[in-house]
Design a protein around this ligand. Structure first.
Ligand SMILES: [Zn+2]
Length: 277
């Protein structure tokens, strides 16, 4: 066996011996763990976590420390701790030029609006509502990418706008022509449909159990707060509103209050749904 093959074999062994449960355990990832019998009150950082078919799905924020992390739960009223390993992940830099300078250094009179919008979004992300049955049962169960198109920016990029460092990219950017329909990734309830400073025309869908998705820069929103949506229902049209370099959808997935990598969440949720109880 040549050296490259040996390396490839060693990598494969490493992949299969590290339990499938820890594959997504990195900052910005999703840790999944099959719960022991009778486990209740499963919490991460004191917040309840999503449970699908007896598997806990735990969103890890980009600021999550690498190393050991704990889930707490109870069995017959007794407190238990499950410790798991969070591995490091290096995200690349992305430099963008924004022609509208007010989107990079907002004028003073907009700062209050921006911080109010930021508080409002954090409140929506902190929700822990009931899961609509349609997310976990039936033909349209599970989760899908809301728009097909060219991925122009990955989750986690360390970002610079006109050379100035800003927060890391908290979603996935999918480019498509203005007016292309955007679907809800899964069943849920619309909790925001509004024009926000940086995000432009934006829709939030609350899918229950701490799972919330956000769709930004829409040319138009086609739903209102309180609307119940199923997977695939159109919630708006692609646009270039807010802080953008061109027409695209910015799609955020948030789990237990943490923004996570959308493709990692897609894979993890659909794997949990495929497990027979
Ligand atoms: Zn984006």
């Amino acid at each position: 066996m040549n050296r490259a093959l040996i390396t490839a074999a060693a990598l494969l062994i490493a992949v299969f011996t590290s339990t499938s449960a820890s594959a997504g355990a990195f900052p910005g990832g999703v840790y999944s763990w099959r719960l022991p019998a009778g486990a209740e009150n499963v919490r991460f950082a004191k917040k309840p976590v999503m449970i699908v078919n007896g598997t806990a799905l735990v969103g890890l924020g980009l600021s999550q420390a690498v190393g050991k992390a704990d889930l707490t739960y109870t069995v017959n009223g007794e407190e238990q701790t499950h410790t798991f390993a969070v591995s490091g992940k290096s995200y690349t830099e992305q430099h963008l030029e924004i022609a509208n300078r007010a989107m990079v250094n907002p004028p003073a009179e907009t700062l209050e609006r921006i911080s109010e919008e930021s508080r409002r979004q954090r409140r929506l992300y902190a929700s822990f509502a009931q899961t609509p049955d349609a997310l976990v049962e039936g033909e349209a169960a599970g989760f899908m990418q809301p728009l097909q198109g060219i991925i122009t920016s990955l989750f986690g990029h360390r970002r610079f706008f006109n050379g100035q460092p800003r927060r890391p990219h908290s979603g996935l950017d999918i480019a498509a022509e203005t007016g292309t329909p955007v679907a809800s990734a899964g069943a849920g309830v619309v909790t925001l449909a509004d024009d926000l400073y940086f995000n432009g025309n934006t829709v939030f869908v609350d899918h229950g159990q701490g799972l919330v998705t956000m769709y930004c820069h829409l040319s138009e929103t086609t739903v209102g707060v309180g609307d119940r949506v199923e997977q695939g229902d159109i919630i708006g049209l692609v646009g270039a509103t807010g802080r953008v370099t061109g027409a695209h959808l910015h799609w955020t997935v948030s789990l237990n209050g943490n923004r996570v990598d959308p493709p990692t969440f897609l894979i993890t949720l659909n794997a949990a749904l495929a497990v027979a109880e």
